[in-house]
Design a binder for this molecule. Sequence first.
Ligand code: SF4
Ligand code: SF4
Length: 123
Amino acid sequence: MSQMSIGKVVSRSFLSRPATRLYPFEKRPFYKATRGAVAIDIEKCILCGICQKRCPTAAITVTKATKDWQINRLRCISCGACVDACPKKCLWLENMYSPAVVQKGADDKFHQLDKPGLETTKA
Ligand code: SF4
Ligand code: SF4
């Protein structure tokens, strides 16, 4: 590499913004089409279990007897199969990721109450 081209590289690097971000102070924005965490409107769910059957990684567990719907975030690969299969359209993919999981087996658990209210809890 000639001295001329080295000078070009150095001056370009000196004048341009850094390629990295100061994470976690500066976070990359999510795109509209980002496939993030699976979300549920538990009030609309009929606990049919189709999402559980369609999930390729067995991340979802539906327990009709106790009216529980839970998801293992470590297993989910955000493929969207459950979202496409849900007959009530009460599942969707958020365009942001779920927070880091620090404990294995700590599923996000959603419990459907008898009317009129509903309750959401973490297992
Ligand atoms: S497929 Fe939809 S309605 Fe059926 S259990 Fe899953 S979330 Fe509920
Ligand atoms: S997005 Fe895919 S991997 Fe995640 S829970 Fe739904 S079907 Fe399973």
